[in-house]
Design a binder for this molecule. Structure first.
Ligand code: ATP
Ligand code: MG
Length: 395
């Protein structure tokens, strides 16, 4: 185990240039190494920046295949994940000592596990905030082609550490992150790993969505999210029509959202975008994430709605209503009208029962100029404005 003393200075050369890192104190120690609070300087005139520095244990100490570690770290580097491991050097009187380290901005607060230890059960609005903010993060990762593979309460920092209406959630610990569909060993944490990965399938954004749903169920129930052991979960993943497996979280709407986000079959599970849409109907006053956080992908949301409209009419109707409320003024509702006129009875009925006839129900006398029904829902040809997840608040 490498332990660095307070005041140790490391020199790092990474794709962003040269920097020096002054080690301050240990924040935590886990399976792959220790995490330190540290200060990074990129030049004499640049102010130091607070970072979390992970110093990996020498892999020769590990009871794992070193080839796997190398393969995995190369994959992270190739995917240009900012938190990818790099080499660092400590200059001593007797020469340089080398370490493998990774860095990320220091996030104030504490991991969600601290709240569990304190006996807390997340309320519905706390859970919705967690889901909504993480959905934004997962959406951004999807765009970058990265899957995290280890989403769980221990790897999400809450700022502030205690439950708060102003909370921001930040995903940490990118040790297992890989490019989407990475063809390598299955990794994760049992309570949170998506079932298809247990069957040897490659990780996709929906695998992270499953882990997020399990994390949210854990936070709401303060208990392990699963009702079955490993053998049963593998059998469950193989069933043709598997029932939801997460423990009941009490809130009927969030249960629907979580059941869909934790579906045993990844192709039937919510994507990060689906998850955002499913959360839109929740009252704005109960959430810290805002629809503007993802309005840039509104076109994609609408197209996806068409694809999923028959899966759950109730959620779809709420989501469409929410989209109408939140879309930018100049977007127009033509696409949604088209969606509603094409998607058949259940959806339309649910909508009108709740809202009355849509404002422009009879407006277009001719067919809309864009035929959404012809769009291939899952191709990357769907135009999408570049999307940047909001930075966590510091304080
Ligand atoms: N960016 C960060 N900002 C603030 N604290 C952090 C940050 N990253 C990590 N920490 C602290 O360090 C602890 C351990 O971090 P991390 O989850 O990355 O490593 P680990 O769990 O020890 O490693 P592994 O999961 O590989 O065994 C966290 O629980 C958190 O308290
Ligand atoms: Mg961790």
């Amino acid at each position: 185990m490498s332990t660095l003393r307070r005041g140790t200075t490391l020199a790092v050369v990474d794709p962003n240039g040269r920097s020096t890192i002054d080690v301050q104190r240990v924040l935590g120690t886990g399976g792959q190494g220790s995490v330190y609070k540290a200060q990074r300087r990129t030049g004499v005139d640049t102010p130091a920046e607070g970072i979390a520095l992970k110093v990996f244990t020498d892999t020769t100490d590990w009871d794992v295949d070193p080839h796997f570690i190398t393969q995995h770290r190369d994959a992270i580097r190739n995917a240009a994940i900012p938190e990818a491991p790099v080499q660092a050097h400590e200059l001593t009187d007797t020469g340089a000592v080398n370490y493998t380290v990774s860095t990320m901005p220091l996030v104030p607060g504490g991991p969600l596990t601290n709240q569990l230890v304190g006996g807390h059960k997340a309320t519905s609005s706390e859970a919705a905030n967690l889901l909504g903010q993480m959905a934004v993060t997962l959406h951004d990762m999807d765009r970058r082609g990265v899957v995290h593979r280890d989403i769980k309460p221990a790897n999400i920092i809450s700022t502030p550490a205690v439950p708060s209406p102003e909370v921001r959630h930040t995903l940490i610990d990118w040790d297992l992150a890989v490019p989407t569909k990475f063809d390598g060993n299955t990794c994760g944490t049992f309570d949170y790993i998506a079932p298809e990965l247990l069957l040897g399938r490659k990780p996709e954004p929906t695998s992270d969505v499953y882990s997020l749903a399990a994390t949210t169920a854990t936070m709401m129930t303060n208990a392990s999210p699963n009702r079955c052991d490993l053998k049963e979960r593998v059998a469950w993943a193989r069933q043709a029509d598997p029932q939801p497996v997460l423990k009941d979280v009490g809130d009927p709407y969030l249960k629907l959202v979580l059941d869909r986000a934790s579906h045993a079959h990844p192709e039937k599970r919510s994507t990060p975008t689906d998850l955002m849409v499913d959360l839109l109907p929740l009252p704005a006053a109960t959430r810290t994430w805002q629809p503007e956080d993802f309005s840039a992908c509104a076109d994609r949301l609408i197209v996806r709605r068409v694809g999923h409209a028959e899966r759950n009419p109730m959620i779809e109707a709420f989501a469409a209503e929410a989209l109408l409320r939140h879309l930018p003024e100049d977007h127009g509702d033509r696409d949604i009208i088209a969606l509603m006129s094409q998607e058949g009875a259940p959806f339309r009925k649910a909508w009108t029962q709740r809202n009355g006839p849509p404002v422009r129900d009879s407006a277009p006398t001719q067919a809309p100029s864009v035929s959404i029904g012809d769009v291939d829902m899952n191709t990357e040809s769907i135009p999408m404005t570049p999307f940047v997840a909001p930075a966590p608040k510091r304080g």
